[in-house]
Design a protein around this ligand. Structure first.
Ligand SMILES: C[S@@+](CC[C@H](N)C(=O)[O-])C[C@H]1O[C@@H](n2cnc3c(N)ncnc32)[C@H](O)[C@@H]1O
Length: 347
């Protein structure tokens, strides 16, 4: 964690955004009670997700908390990143030099300037403006301010402990060389470093700005992470060069055809006996129709264009189709979130 003090105004505005989002959630919970009173339940909802949205919207059309829930959620989805950007701008004269000082250290970042994929560069995920590389310090704005001061307070549980918990799925497996797809600002990389303190960790992500923060985080921790601007589906790394290919919370940012390529690329990169571990959001097929709709509603309004298609994929089958054996694909207890697919390349 790189903590930079914000001005009181910036802190208060972020706190307000969190409050708006939590207020929206309380209204949603109240509305689910009304749905049930009106005979709409997990059992009676239609199979088709668009029809499910339409039925719920029609059932709650005259319910004020539903209207305010939608309005507050929309507001928060549009505003939270802007508020974080402005909170950063208020302290940029102190924050920027402090962040620049962390560029020097054992972690490295390479960028060969290759074109970014269109599904990434042409989509402004999470309804932010300008995408992942929007501004020079977007790694800090998104990785620290949005994530730590907003996302971590609106999601239940400790979202950082969840990153450590998924690694328990590897048992006592030892990895010397690890590649992480979708490193972003390095939250999961920190967990990987704790679990495998002696391993070489290679991180790949198309976002230079997010990797710049990961490099600073690595340097601050005294780690030598090897970070590359690139994509998981075409990593450019040699065949059979690593023991573990892993990712956290990325599938929902990818079109299904790219997820299929990720499994194939993971297989290519792994040495025989190596492990695959990829964690992401729960599968809709494992949820009841109301629970799946809750995720889908948040994704639809939260700027997640690939969430639904990825959450409907059978990731275990994807791993098996790429050649992995001993595949398990399950939600992590007690909530089932995140969902982990683990497999081995036969030795
Ligand atoms: C939700 S964040 C990742 C979260 C991160 N692993 C963590 O634990 O906080 C999504 C990241 O996926 C990256 N990404 C999107 N498409 C990618 C691809 N094809 N290959 C690798 N990373 C990708 C984005 O640039 C972004 O940094």
């Amino acid at each position: 964690m790189i903590d930079i003090s914000l001005k009181q105004r910036g802190r208060a505005r972020i706190d307000f955004e969190v409050g708006v989002r939590l207020a929206a959630r309380r209204r949603q919970q109240a509305c689910e009670g009304i749905l049930s009173d009106r005979g709409v339940t997990a059992e009676t909802l239609p199979d088709d997700m668009d029809a499910r949205h339409a039925l719920i919207d029609a059932t709650l059309r005259d319910v004020t908390p539903w209207t305010t829930h939608a309005w507050l959620s929309d507001w928060s989805a549009r505003e939270h990143a802007r508020v974080c950007e402005e909170a950063f701008d208020e302290v940029a004269d102190i924050a920027a030099p402090a962040l620049d000082a962390l560029e020097l250290g054992a972690s490295t970042l390479t960028d060969d300037g290759a074109a970014r994929p269109r599904y990434w560069s042409e989509v402004w995920f999470h309804r932010t403006r300008g995408g992942w590389d929007a501004s020079p310090y977007n790694g800090y704005v998104h990785g620290e301010l949005v994530h730590r001061r907003y996302v971590s307070r609106i999601y239940p549980g400790d979202i950082y402990a969840q990153r450590r918990r998924v690694l328990e799925g590897l048992g006592d497996f030892i990895a010397r060389d690890i590649v992480e797809f979708g490193t972003s600002s390095g939250h999961y990389t920190v967990a990987l470093s704790e679990r495998f303190p002696d391993a070489r960790i290679i991180g790949i992500d198309p976002s230079r700005r997010m990797l710049e923060l990961a490099r600073r985080v690595g340097n601050r921790l005294g780690r030598a992470w090897d970070l590359h601007v690139g994509v998981g589906e075409n990593s450019g790394l040699p065949d059979e060069s690593v023991d573990l290919v892993t990712s956290y919370a990325i599938h929902h940012e990818l079109p299904p055809r790219i997820i299929t390529r990720w499994f194939a690329e993971a297989w290519r990169l792994l040495r025989p006996g190596g492990m695959l571990l990829m964690a992401d959001v729960p599968r809709y097929a494992d949820l009841d129709r109301l629970a799946a709709w809750r995720f889908d509603w948040a994704a639809k309004w939260g700027g997640e264009p690939f969430w639904r298609s990825s959450a409907q994929m059978d990731l275990g089958e994807g791993a098996r189709a790429a050649g992995f054996v001993q595949v398990t694909a399950t939600g992590v207890p007690p909530t089932g979130n995140p969902y982990c697919v683990v497999g081995r390349k036969h030795g």
